[in-house]
Design a protein around this ligand. Structure first.
Ligand code: PXP
Length: 259
């Protein structure tokens, strides 16, 4: 199982003071040493964490493949086409959200995604689409010519948190998931089943399958058992753990769980 380390939240910490420290560029050397297989970053429309110059400097300096998450915003796409990273992962984006909520609607934006996919492939960039595990979105991903999909594990992860952690007792409890345990368990099992089904379908269509969002050291195991998933992109939980054990150890610990 390959590990893409999402380093956005190093920049989030920098932006808490709007200065130049910590520098996300430093993370790419540590990540390589710790056994990461890829660096993942998201250039959001509001530049709330990564800035254009971060993306440029990291893309120029990395010895690891770079996977850039991006919305289909024309200005960002134009900028990223010039960088021509190893991979682009198209994601939905809504300014109000705390993090990416829901998968990309490939069916609803078919022509635009088809065109973006072609443009990146012409500059040698692989295209992945971050989608919910739905048959229609998987089929549309194949039809636009993407090489990969990344299955959105956000719902699975949220349900896991509400079932197996103290989150329901905290201020950040996920209100819409304040449900009886039995109901939560049923929903969690359904979300896992849906990820399994989606991974299988995508694999049958010849798409590479990655997964990500909300994955952490304790909710990974059932995802690792889905044979078709070959790569995970993980950010927040690694950076959170890095505060206590250092980035290199946090990545090594995660990587050790992936075998
Ligand atoms: N994959 C994609 C497509 C994402 O948008 C994100 C969040 O930026 C991640 C993976 C990483 O999610 P997390 O930070 O919750 O691990």
């Amino acid at each position: 199982m390959l590990l893409g380390v999402n380093i956005d939240h190093i920049a989030t910490l920098r932006e808490a003071r709007k200065i130049n420290d910590p520098d996300p560029l430093e993370a790419i050397f540590i990540a390589k040493r710790a056994g990461a297989d890829q660096i993942t970053m998201h250039l959001r429309e509001d530049r709330r964490h990564m800035h254009d110059e971060d993306i440029l400097r990291i893309a120029q300096s990395s010895f690891l493949p770079i996977n850039i998450e991006s919305s289909i915003n024309p200005t960002i796409i134009e900028f990223l086409l010039k960088i021509a990273p190893h991979r682009i992962t198209l994601v939905p984006e809504n300014r109000e959200e705390v993090t990416t909520e829901g998968g990309l609607n490939v069916v609803g934006n078919f022509e635009r995604i088809l065109q973006i996919t072609k443009s990146f492939q012409e500059v040698g960039t692989q295209v992945s689409l971050f989608i919910d595990s739905e048959a229609s979105q998987i089929e549309a991903s194949k039809e636009v010519g993407a090489e990969m999909i990344e299955l959105h594990t956000g719902s699975y992860a949220n349900l896991h948190l509400m079932l197996f952690s103290n989150l329901p007792k905290m201020k950040n409890s996920i209100k819409e998931l304040e449900l009886p345990k039995k109901e939560l368990l049923g929903l969690w099992e359904q979300s896992l089943e849906s990820l399994k089904k989606g991974a299988k379908k995508a694999n049958e269509l010849g798409l590479g399958v990655a997964a990500g969002h909300g994955l952490n050291y304790v909710n990974l195991k059932p995802i690792l058992e889905i044979q078709e998933i070959v790569e995970l992109n993980i950010g927040q939980s690694i950076i959170a753990r890095a505060i206590f054990v250092g980035l290199e150890n946090a990545i090594r610990e995660l990587k050790a769980l992936l075998v």
